[in-house]
Design a protein around this ligand. Sequence first.
Ligand code: GAP
Length: 473
Amino acid sequence: MNEKKDRKNDLMEKVVSLCKRRGFIFPGSEIYGGMANTWDYGPYGVELKKNIADLWWKTFVQKRDDMVGLDSAIITNPKVWEASGHVSNFNDPLVDCRKCKMRHRGDKLLEEKIGIDETNKIAFEEIGKKMTELKITCPNCGGTDWTDARKFNLLFETHVGVLVDKKNTAYLRGETAQGIFINFKNILDTQSLKLPFGIAQIGKAFRNEITPKNFIFRTREFEQMEIEYFIRPPKEERDWRDIFERWQEDIKNFFEKDLGISAKNMRWRRHDDNERSFYSKDTYDVEYNYSGIGWGELLGFAYRTDYDLQQHIKHSGADLFYRDENGEKFVPHCIEPSWGLTRTLLAVLLEFYTEEEISTSKNKTETRVVMKFPKQLAPIKVAVLPLSKKDELLAISQKIWINLRENFRVEHHSNGSIGKRYRRQDEIGTPYCVTVDFETLNDQAVTVRDRDTMKQERIKISELEKYFEEKLA
Ligand code: GAP
């Protein structure tokens, strides 16, 4: 068995095609001609996304005694975003190509040519001029003449109620994090939490991106998994740095041990003074080497000081102070790991897409496509496949299916050749296939095929549940 993986060239294309073909991710609004850069998660995509989110929740909320969860509203009072700074500062530089009039994000085009560090040194007002000077080509027409950059606010505006009026303006949340800050007091009042503690949230966020692209990498509607971890105001750097470094360790472990992403495909890129927000003391982008895109941010990690809570105190007048057991009152500081759930899912799809050359029974070789997801992430854990549609086999296979699905996500398929059915399950990453054959009628046993090794073993039906409990633990 010869495993080949081409990270450079067409891996992204292959993954996009598999996602559509096998029911992970579909283009949005397809039957109406589509809606550019929107994506719908199909039966396996929704399972995979949920499994990633569940694993994250289990790791960072369920198994810790210093974390609680939240699910805050998507439609929010505009004052939240005025306080957070998003209304005035959440802008991208919009440039127009003078030749074809197409609009682009100037900083991203510059980044592709001169890298992110050099781009960060260029002042907003200089972006258009620099692009013309460097002869940056328009991706649409090849033109090299650019307008000055204008500020384009990313918040998604909507109107609440029947009147489309400035007074009824609301924003869809641009990040889940602000929902955490505005519920800080509610959580303090209802939970017995002692610093340091964190609040976690998973959910949709919306940004009116100028150039959404690269499949689900940059979209206008996406999902985040965010944590705001509150600490005492530090007296010296070590006080926050120790906790910051522990989080770095926890994040690394989650990527490498829980998600199984190889260290060589991840890197931590530290923001320099030009890139880092003025209130942050240290910030990293944790990047994945996305095939066809290159290094792209998967997670933002920052020590945000007490900026957010102070802003909400100033704008809302609410009491967002913490009182310790000695009666001391202060505004906690905060460390924020902010994952893109949909970007994590894309990394997982690229990471575990595998092609293997295998020999067939006719002494030929063929390519087997396998999604080698870690078992916990696999959308379907077991497929039950009766060798034929004969009633006596179906009676047994359906009983096995019904029993196993009490504990695991299991499919039952009786159509098509067994080879084709195995191939389909390999492509969706199902770790085990159970085949019911005519021998089953005599020995009350079935064949269990392992996705990765393709080895088969005979297991008594009465022992199947225990077998999978151990294998899928
Ligand atoms: N609360 C901090 C915050 O939102 P961010 O770096 O703007 O920080 C965090 O976003 C993560 O959200 C990113 O690392 C990325 O994974 C994801 N993300 C941001 N914009 C996205 C988009 N347009 N499409 C998909 N994911 C996005």
